[in-house]
Ligand binder design. Structure first.
Ligand code: 1QQ
Length: 381
């Protein structure tokens, strides 16, 4: 063996290792409901993430590093969200987490990310109290507390609503929080409530509640539901001759309502920062790219996931990744709150949320809502 050749070989190898280390993959965990009743949302969310990550990678990645999504199906269940978070944090060693789909699951799983000092970024969690879990909890989904007063005020003004009936799911963090916020807004806007009825997840027959509601002769139905129950509620309301407008929250803002409720989907009012009709340059290019890739139109859930990936990319570009996972997770945590972004959902920045004792905790979305109503199989402004 010629020992004199060893040194150059070692040098070449060291250089190769250095190059490989420079172009490391950035692993991001995605835990969303890809099966079960909440898959209506989770599938759109995954598609939005994937589209944005592909675009970012095609444009050179993050300072030359590729984004790699590690995707888990949390099935819209608390226990599965906890399992998915643990796997992604401890086994896959992702830099951060996106998800879970439902606030109900976020309330259970986000404390694991918080305790592990890993950023968890929700793109569809709108219930009260999620970002009060801690300073590693972020979301770009606008809360029910911010949106529902606007939806209600807009609908009641346009339709001349004086009294409403309320129907909500009382066993889910999001539908319960939607109810609390509707109630607050109804009181503040001095709109009378004729009756308040409830249902539970998995219910399929809502005729008893709807019959009672119809008898009180409301001007509108205020509905806090996820789409799996919300769509059949709209169908059964119309079947019973309850043809009043329906005012809903984030759960009813899914294009799936047209597939599930068909002709009974007209007259549904919702608020969101995103609309397919919002003609900005950023939204236009998002809609074109999404439609080309998936051969179907995007919805709000896809748009928010798409923007969240770009928001995260802006923070990642500022972070000098060291390869020390704990350090890199903290560096990302500290860079994220500063990001300002204009995306498919419009201008975006984070707003500090408080915990129950009034101390600074996680970060909410600072965005304005647009109110839409459904007609003929689409949401129109
Ligand atoms: C929440 C929601 C749902 C509609 C998410 C899909 O807003 O659970 O917070």
């Amino acid at each position: 063996m010629n020992f004199r050749t060893l040194k150059p070989v070692a040098l070449v190898m060291a250089a190769a290792f250095a190059a490989a280390a420079q172009a490391a993959d950035i692993k991001l965990g995605v835990a969303e409901a890809l099966s079960g009743g909440a898959a209506q949302y989770g599938q759109s969310i995954r598609a939005g993430f994937q589209l944005a990550a592909d675009e970012i990678n095609a444009a050179g990645g993050i300072n030359g590093n590729k984004l790699v999504l590690v995707i888990e199906d949390e099935q819209g269940k608390k226990e599965e969200a906890i399992n998915a978070f643990k796997k992604l944090i401890f086994q896959d060693k992702v830099l951060m987490l996106f998800g879970p789909t439902l606030s109900n699951s976020a309330q259970a799983a986000d404390p694991i990310a918080q305790a592990s000092k890993v950023v968890v970024f929700g793109t569809s969690n709108t219930a009260d109290g999620i970002t009060s879990i801690g300073d590693h909890v972020f979301r770009n989904s606008v809360t029910e507390a911010d949106v529902l007063p606007v939806t209600l005020a807009t609908a009641s003004k346009k339709l001349g609503i004086k009294k409403v009936a309320v129907l909500y799911g009382n066993d889910d963090v999001f539908t319960k929080s939607g109810y609390d916020n509707f109630k607050k807004a109804l009181d503040a806007q001095k709109i009378a409530v004729t009756t308040t009825e409830t249902f539970a997840k998995g219910d399929v027959d809502f005729k008893a509640q709807l019959t009672k509601i119809k008898a009180t002769n409301p001007d509108a139905l205020v509905l806090s539901a996820l789409i799996a129950e919300g769509a059949p509620i709209m169908v059964q309301a119309r079947q019973l001759g309850l043809n009043v407008p329906v005012i809903g929250g984030n759960g009813m803002n899914s294009v799936k309502v047209f597939e599930l409720a068909k002709g009974a989907s007209d007259g549904l009012w919702i608020g969101s920062p995103w609309s397919i009709e919002n003609q900005t340059k950023e939204n236009g290019s998002f809609i074109v790219a999404y439609t080309q890739k998936y051969k179907s139109a995007p919805d709000q859930f896809a748009a928010q996931a798409y923007d969240a990936m770009y928001i995260t990319a802006q923070a990642l570009k500022k972070v000098k990744l060291s390869g020390d996972l704990a350090k890199d997770r903290t560096a990302l945590r500290n860079a994220l709150p500063e990001v300002k972004w204009t995306g498919a959902t419009g201008g975006f920045s984070f707003r500090r949320a408080l915990d129950k004792a009034g101390n600074p905790a996680g970060y909410d979305a600072e965005q304005t809502a647009i109110v839409s109503a459904t007609k003929g199989g689409r949401y129109a402004i």
